[in-house]
Design a protein around this ligand. Structure first.
Ligand code: FAD
Length: 461
């Protein structure tokens, strides 16, 4: 058993709160500092109900501390995408095989549940209203603002985890060290959260077990169900241009735009103008950096080391998977934290980069391709290939969402499969064409080629 440490976690978001439980389980003493007040006592985000899609990688990390089932109970399975076209026609496309789903959970609810679980642990102490202002990594010295007293406090850290999100101050301190790699890139799109309230008398106004998408080529709106019968909608929209956040200035502009673009949603959104003009526009950033650690003193985790855009629904899932991977490494740990951090960042960095790229690619798929009948046909053909060759072919979306195959493996295999699909689809007009001998022959040949290129199958990863 390695030496017990006094560990500081900066940030009590989803990743920081879960990490505290894993570290305390291994006998460490954890102090967790959070800039905001205790979310369980104070209404944050104006009380809006904001949700997230939780999938297999996230559930696996929750299983490790025994709360997978409890979270499933308060989550809503979404078995596929429900596409809404401009006439209000609906098309359903399953995400995976029967029984597979991603789960809509309340962000605040999940965060509060993790806090409730960790706070009674004598090895975990939460310190709210403490904001990291500055960090001297060489001397293990953190400067915090205490928002209760209004004063600054100095804190000596022994071992520090930076779980302070996309705009991490811990990372900021690392950026000042030598030869530090850092990049951030913003999409030219922002997002705004809107609401579809519950039906009168209770219940959901749209299909409850689906993630709804209004794909409109250049932009889109999505909606995820909440337990109370409402849906949280997110409009992803350009910042500037003829149709953009900038161009919609009045209630009339907004209503005209919505009536034309999302006509079936308008009657379901009585608070549209109020929501639209009072909710902020969120930005969409990808952050990449390296290394993630500093000596044996500090390690970044979650969004602090790899913030991604939300179009694969994987940001939190990837952060939770960081914890699973770290915990596996702690299993046979010899006490050398510097080596552990190095091993961890080397293992996770290619996967973090891969999900960052996949997430940007999926934006195009969601806002544009899902409305294309050829794309939907292709998805059906892929499902057939998967059914016929379950060991040789898992669709990219399924690899990312329903397995724990490394994201980098999924990205690379997805590229090979994409090239094959392009060839196969040249011979396909309808689903029935799949059974034609020439298609089957082509596919068989391509699968052999693919195995040669990959050199190993998913089972060996
Ligand atoms: P955060 O959740 O950002 O938590 C960081 C914490 O640190 C916060 O509590 C913050 O207050 C605190 N903090 C920050 N700075 C300081 C400081 N200086 N001092 C002290 N404390 C500090 N992911 C999914 O898996 N599925 C989804 O469907 C999904 N949808 C998304 C939709 C949108 C619109 C967005 C923007 C993101 C979405 N994500 C999704 C991504 C997900 O929200 C993040 O990946 C996840 O929240 C990362 O968790 P974290 O704990 O690393 O960071």
């Amino acid at each position: 058993m390695a030496e017990r440490k006094n560990i500081t976690i900066m940030g009590a978001g989803l990743v920081g709160s879960l990490l505290s439980l894993y570290l305390a389980k291994r006998g460490h003493k954890v102090d967790i500092y959070e800039r905001r007040p205790d979310m369980r006592k104070t209404l944050l985000d104006g009380g809006r109900s904001i949700n997230l899609a939780l999938s297999d990688r996230g559930f696996r990390a929750l299983r490790g501390i025994g709360i997978e089932e409890a979270v499933r109970q308060v989550a809503i399975p979404m078995h596929g995408r429900m596409m809404h076209d401009e006439q209000g026609n609906l098309t359903f496309q399953p995400y995976g095989k029967e029984g597979q789903a991603i789960y809509s959970v309340s962000r605040a609810g999940l965060n509060a549940a993790l806090m409730d679980l960790s706070e009674p642990n004598p090895n975990i102490t939460y310190r709210f209203n403490r904001q990291l202002l500055d960090l001297d990594l060489h001397r293990n010295k953190a400067t915090l603002r205490n928002h209760e007293s209004g004063k600054q406090e100095e804190l000596a850290t022994e071992l520090l985890f930076g779980a302070d999100g996309a705009f991490s101050m811990v990372r900021n301190a690392m950026q000042k060290t030598e030869r530090y790699n850092y990049s951030q890139s913003y999409l030219e799109y922002g997002y705004k959260e809107l609401t579809i309230p519950p039906a009168e008398g209770g219940g959901w106004l749209l299909e409850k077990h689906a993630l709804h998408i209004w794909p409109r080529g250049n932009y889109m709106m999505i909606a995820l169900p909440n337990l109370d019968g409402s849906f949280t909608c997110t409009l992803f929209f350009p910042y500037e241009g003829p149709l953009s956040f900038e161009s919609i200035k009045t209630d009339d502009d907004l209503l005209n735009f919505f009536l034309q673009t999302f006509p079936d949603a308008v009657p379901l959104m009585p608070n549209l103008a109020e929501d639209y003009f009072s909710n902020p526009i969120g930005s969409l950033v990808t952050v990449k950096c390296f290394p993630w650690s500093f000596e044996d003193k500090a390690l970044l985790i979650g969004d602090a080391s790899h913030a991604v855009v939300p179009f694969y629904g994987q940001g939190m899932n990837a952060g939770f998977e960081d914890i699973t991977v770290l915990d596996q490494m702690l299993e046979n740990f010899d006490g050398d934290w510097e080596q552990l951090f190095k091993k961890f960042e080397r293992k996770r960095k290619p996967d973090a980069d891969a999900i960052a790229d996949l997430a940007v690619m999926n934006f195009i798929e969601m806002r544009d391709k899902v409305a294309d009948p050829r794309f939907l046909l292709r998805k059906k053909i892929e499902a057939k290939i998967n059914q016929q060759y379950p060991d040789k072919w898992i669709p990219l979306y399924s690899m990312v969402t329903f397995t724990d195959l490394p994201y980098s493996y999924a990205l690379e295999t997805g590229r090979l499969q994409d090239a094959i699909m392009k060839k196969v689809m040249k011979h396909i007009r309808t689903v029935e064409d799949y059974d034609k001998p020439e298609v089957q022959k082509l596919l068989e040949k391509q699968l052999v080629e693919k195995e040669k290129l990959r050199g190993y199958s998913p089972q060996e990863v």
